[in-house]
Ligand binder design. Structure first.
Ligand code: ZN
Length: 325
């Protein structure tokens, strides 16, 4: 194998910080793919022409995105599978059976691996239950969140990703709700047999979108003691406010000083939920240089960008990571 196993790389090189890619869904949108639909950035992979026609326009766009993130310095990249759960796909596309679904995921992973080559790390990205019901930024999972069968929801995507050696890491992203966090952390190696991380969806006031504090998050993890799945490799924050993200990561570091962390915030623009557009942030307090330095001081081992971050942002992150490691 060309790559060291990711866990080994991080353990053997305590100073190593990996540069992640940027916001794929919004980057594909910038490049002309219409992602406004229930499976969001999965959409280019649903059409047969993506797979049958080497010169398909969407194929060139996705390949170009990976290329530009690589050239900007990304060392670990994601599959574009945030809204590719079996439930979302089978309810909203012509792909209906489990075998068609597995074929789709395998094709996406193969394609992504071909785009990035054997030397880079590949994350199998999985969005939260909230992405299926459009609640990942409220954390509101209804009146009876305890009764949600999270395992049933995630199982088809997990089973596929667990078995795929082209993936180095599974990434649960934008987890906004403590019930979902508890569910994921309750799964043992028979359910999650590959290294995985959890990216939390955190409010700018520093609590999970459902109000759970970072101390409570730490309590959930510490409470598992020896029962914690040894594949649980990193915890962090994603799709959070650029300005607030260094403080949020530091509070996670205070609560869990031994945990390897990761951070990939939004670009610093602000989403206007009424007009449904991104506005420039007139109060951008930080630059990537200062943010990255603070992340590293707080124990971050993987740093990148989430929604609206582009290859230019990844270039700035990469420069800062080189400067501070
Ligand atoms: Zn995002």
């Amino acid at each position: 194998m060309v790559r060291l196993p990711l866990k080994q790389l991080l353990e053997d090189n305590p100073k190593k910080v990996l540069v992640l890619d940027g916001g794929q869904g919004t980057e594909l949108e910038n490049r002309g793919i219409k992602v406004a639909n229930p499976v969001w950035s999965t959409i280019p992979f649903i059409s047969d022409s993506f797979w049958s026609d080497e010169s398909s326009a969407n194929r060139k766009i996705v390949k170009g995105m990976f290329n530009d993130f690589l050239n900007a310095g990304a060392e670990i990249l994601m599959t574009t599978t945030y809204q590719t759960s079996y439930k979302s796909v089978s309810e909203n596309t012509p792909i209906k059976t489990l075998s068609e679904y597995n074929n789709l995921l395998t094709r996406i992973v193969d394609f992504s691996r071909d785009c990035i080559g054997e030397n880079k790390y590949l994350i199998g990205c999985i969005g939260p239950w909230g992405a299926h019901i459009c609640r990942e930024f409220t954390g509101d999972y209804g009146p009876d969140p305890e009764s949600i069968d999270f395992y049933e929801y995630f199982k088809p995507q997990l089973d596929n990703f667990n078995k795929n050696d082209k993936l180095d890491l599974i990434g649960f992203e934008t987890i906004p709700n403590v019930h979902e966090l508890r569910a994921i952390l309750s799964w043992d190696e028979s359910i999650l047999s590959k290294p995985f991380y959890i990216g939390l969806s955190v409010h700018e006031h520093g609590v999970l979108r459902d109000g759970t504090t970072m101390e409570e998050v730490a309590k959930v993890i510490k409470g598992l003691g020896d029962k914690i799945n040894p594949n649980f490799s990193l915890l962090g924050i994603n799709c959070v406010s650029f300005n607030q993200s260094p403080d949020i990561l530091e509070s996670l570091h205070q609560a869990l000083p031994d945990m390897a962390l990761l951070a990939y915030p939004n670009s610093g623009e602000v989403y206007d939920t009424e007009k449904k557009i991104w506005l420039p942030n007139s109060d951008k307090l930080n630059s990537w240089d200062t943010v990255v330095k603070q992340y590293i001081d707080s124990g971050a081992r993987i740093i990148g960008g989430c929604c609206r971050t582009s290859p230019n942002d990844i270039q700035e992150i990469s420069t800062a990571v080189k400067k501070y490691t």
